[in-house]
Write a protein that binds this ligand. Structure first.
Ligand code: HEM
Length: 325
């Protein structure tokens, strides 16, 4: 840990919490010197358990504090992310873990020069393990497996209500951080500067020659850039092998602004999935999609985040009931 000292701020002072998250990011002895990438992954894995079909999972509950979800091999290493920000929650018990984890993800993303992602509080924490288990569905089946291909990506992200375009946009998060042999088994970063968000991942994916790595670990691809070994997972390569996915890889490789806008929308949706804080804002759209059994992008009304993102807002309208859903 660095020199960070958590402080109590007033109830509801989310800017005060954001400031402390930014202070936590600098971690000289850890990975590439930043807690940012693993915090983005924490927000994603907390949310990516959502099922539109069973209508459970999602970032509500902070279930990763409990047995099954904590021990899911897909979540290996996320304990570091939780520990980095735990002191902030301890000093400010008014904020739920579920809110803090998602807020940390969007704050870290922005601090690493990524887009602003609208965030709203209101997630609750499960009281105990039994409650968490009831609401998480088939833990172990929900998060994607990097060793698989395009069909698997459509299966996993389709369950959350995502389109092909959104799957590609979200995958661009692999511009951050690295794989760890002692966590997922895979090894190495995707890009040369893995603590700065950009569209580098798409550029490398579409322009470099990627070859299977000869090593003792799981099957993965590699290329050498400026003397550094970079990697791609089979799921990353699937984005170039599938023509529909590839179309978006090429667009995002050329147009970073478009990538940032689409990523902000898709990530904003992700952290709202399954958040039943009330029947307003995005929850209303998610609930409507669940009732109709349709992917989110096929539900009438569009995404309420769209205009907020275009205006670079990070907080949604104070009264979301008035937003035009
Ligand atoms: C498309 C399917 C995906 C697969 C198969 C996948 C798989 C993986 C794997 C195997 C790792 C390495 C974990 C480790 O060894 O520490 C990883 C890291 C990471 N993933 Fe993904 N991921 C996917 C999608 C996403 C999405 C949607 C996001 C966020 C929007 C994301 C964000 C990250 C980040 C930031 C890291 C780096 C974490 C660190 O540096 O500790 N991933 N992912």
């Amino acid at each position: 840990m660095g020199k960070f000292q958590a402080r109590a701020v007033g109830k509801g002072d989310y800017d005060g919490i954001r400031k402390q998250i930014v202070e936590v990011l600098e971690q000289p002895g850890y990975d590439d010197g930043s807690a940012g990438p693993v915090l983005v992954r924490l927000a994603w894995h907390a949310s990516g358990t959502f099922s539109l079909v069973e209508h459970n999972g999602g970032s509500n509950g902070a279930g990763m504090r409990f047995g099954k979800e904590r021990d899911d091999p897909a979540n290996a290493g996320l304990v570091h992310a939780i520990e980095f920000i735990m002191p902030i929650q301890a000093a400010n018990p008014w904020i739920t873990h579920a809110d803090l984890w998602t807020l940390a993800g969007v704050t870290a993303l922005e601090a690493m020069k990524g887009p602003k992602v609208p965030w709203r509080p209101g997630r609750t924490d499960y009281d105990d393990e039994s409650h968490a288990d009831d609401h998480r569905g088939n833990i172990g089946d929900r998060l994607p497996d990097g060793a698989l291909g395009a069909d698997h990506l459509r299966h996993v992200f389709g369950r959350m209500g995502y389109s092909d375009q959104e799957i590609v946009a979200l995958s661009g998060a692999h511009n951050l951080g690295r794989c760890h042999a002692d966590r997922s088994g895979f090894d190495g970063p995707w890009v040369v500067n893995p603590t700065r968000f950009s569209n580098q991942y798409f550029k490398l994916l579409s322009t470099r020659k990627w070859t299977p790595r000869k090593w003792d670990g799981p099957f993965q691809y590699e290329t050498i850039v400026a003397g550094e070994r970079l990697m791609m997972l089979p799921t990353d390569m699937a984005l170039m092998e599938d023509p529909e996915f590839k179309k978006w890889v090429l667009i995002y490789a050329k147009d970073q602004k478009k990538f940032f806008e689409d990523f902000a929308l898709a990530f904003g949706k992700l952290i709202e999935l399954g958040v039943d804080r009330d029947d307003s804002g995005f929850s209303r759209l998610v609930n409507k999609a669940a009732r109709e059994g349709k992917p989110l992008d096929k539900v009438g009304g569009g995404c309420p985040f769209a205009s907020a993102i275009k205006q670079g807002k990070t907080e949604l309208d104070k009264n979301p009931r008035e937003s035009k859903l």
